[in-house]
Design a protein around this ligand. Structure first.
Ligand code: ADP
Ligand code: MG
Length: 255
């Protein structure tokens, strides 16, 4: 069985996509079978995996609306994992889904058939608590929450924890927090250290030991359509995501 993990935070720019792509690649490098689902109409995880979002025949949009089968949407990347790609068309799904039955469960139901083919399914959520994100949360066994260690991060986290509580009640009783991931981390910041202390106090070992440093190579890699390992595999960013992959594999040995 696979572990389906939504990478989520309603705040933009906290490193969701960077983490989803590089964790997918890091897990693949570590011998895991991985599917990355791009649930963001921006299509950054798609492009960052080297798949051209402008040239898609079928995308996650068609999958959610029931106009395509998963096998027709799925693309193999050059980096050892598969992707369900997205582009701006997915933005329209938000409105079109409202008319449909079981609108929150579309992704979950689409993934059921392929779960046995993967060890990890990672879902890159958009920066909003919309119907797309709800589809991601309904489909997931757990969430990874990337966060920048700044003052407002804790406030955002409270909102997210409340959302998870509602999703648990209404749609997906089993969803768990698999881990809080400190991203864009600057160890020299005293504020960041204070936020980390509070995080550890509230969430204990739900905070990943691995910290993702601020690393320019991580920001550069997507413009080449590559995960960090195909761009600069000895960078601090690459080592951090490989370490995160190892931490996750250890946390879910039997999935
Ligand atoms: P989100 O998906 O949460 O909106 P992104 O992963 O797109 O966030 O990251 C936002 C911006 O920050 C992007 O330009 C990305 O390249 C950059 N970035 C993300 N993580 C890092 C990091 N650890 N070091 C440096 N830049 C980063
Ligand atoms: Mg993103």
């Amino acid at each position: 069985m696979s572990r389906v993990i939504a990478v989520t935070n309603q705040k933009g720019g906290v490193g969701k996509t960077t983490s989803a792509v590089n964790l997918a690649a890091g897990l693949a490098q570590s011998g895991q079978r991985v599917l990355l689902v791009d649930l963001d109409p921006q299509g950054n995880a798609t492009m960052g995996s080297g798949v051209d979002k402008h040239a898609l025949g079928r995308s996650v949009y068609h999958l959610l609306l029931g106009h395509a089968e998963l096998d027709d949407v799925k693309a193999a990347t050059e980096h050892g994992y598969d992707v369900l790609p997205a582009n701006r068309e997915l933005g329209g799904a938000e409105v079109e889904l409202i008319e449909l039955e079981r609108r929150e469960l579309r992704l979950r139901e689409a993934l059921v058939k392929v779960r046995s083919q993967y060890d990890f399914v990672l879902i890159d959520c958009p920066p909003a608590l919309n119907l797309l994100t709800v589809n991601g949360l309904a489909a997931a066994d757990g969430v990874i929450i990337p966060m920048q260690c700044e003052y407002y991060a804790l406030e955002g986290l409270t909102d997210l924890v409340n959302t998870l509580r509602r999703v648990r009640q209404a749609l997906n009783p089993k969803i768990e927090i698999d881990g809080l991931l400190r991203t864009l981390y600057d160890p020299r910041s005293t504020l960041a250290q204070q936020v980390v202390a509070q995080l550890e106090q509230h969430f204990g070992d739900k905070v990943f030991k691995t910290v993702i440093p601020r690393n320019i190579r991580l920001a550069e890699a997507p413009s080449y359509g590559r995960p960090i390992f195909a761009y600069d595999k000895s960078s601090r960013g690459a080592l951090a995501y490989l370490e995160l992959a190892a931490e996750l594999i250890k946390r879910f040995p039997g999935k």
